[in-house]
Design a protein around this ligand. Structure first.
Ligand SMILES: [Zn+2]
Length: 122
């Protein structure tokens, strides 16, 4: 396995910062979108109200996804700052570089991630 170098970490840090910026922007615009779904009872009929509610639900679930990804990004940046970057939160193993290249905010290694996906409650 290729060792993680400072150059890698710097690259991941840049990616994470870019991601953080993009996600914050998305979060802000998503937030105002979900806030502006006004359930104006005088104006819209029952169906359109259900539509609006559905849109609001979707906007909120998108928002939650953005929020949790943003939390992982912030956590990864904190790990870079404390020198713990690329170590799995669960088992302490080094997270695969190939994995980090796809998902620099990954909090744990592939094995732990798969375990969590199979047993989301544990
Ligand atoms: Zn692990």
């Amino acid at each position: 396995m290729t060792a993680l170098t400072k150059a890698h970490i710097n690259k991941f840090k840049q990616q994470l910062l870019t991601l953080q910026q993009a996600l914050s922007t998305q979060y802000e615009s998503g937030k105002s979108a979900s806030d502006t779904v006004v359930l104006d009872q005088s104006k819209v009929g029952r169906l359109s109200r259900m539509d609006a509610l559905q849109q609001q639900n979707m906007a909120q679930s998108t928002l939650r996804n953005i929020e949790s990804r943003l939390r992982r990004v912030n956590r990864a940046l904190a790990k870079i700052a404390s020198g713990d970057f690329a170590y799995c939160d669960e088992c302490g193993a080094v997270i695969e570089i190939a994995r980090l290249e796809v998902q620099p905010e990954a909090p744990c290694c592939f094995a732990c991630q798969s375990k969590q996906e199979y047993h989301p409650q544990s």
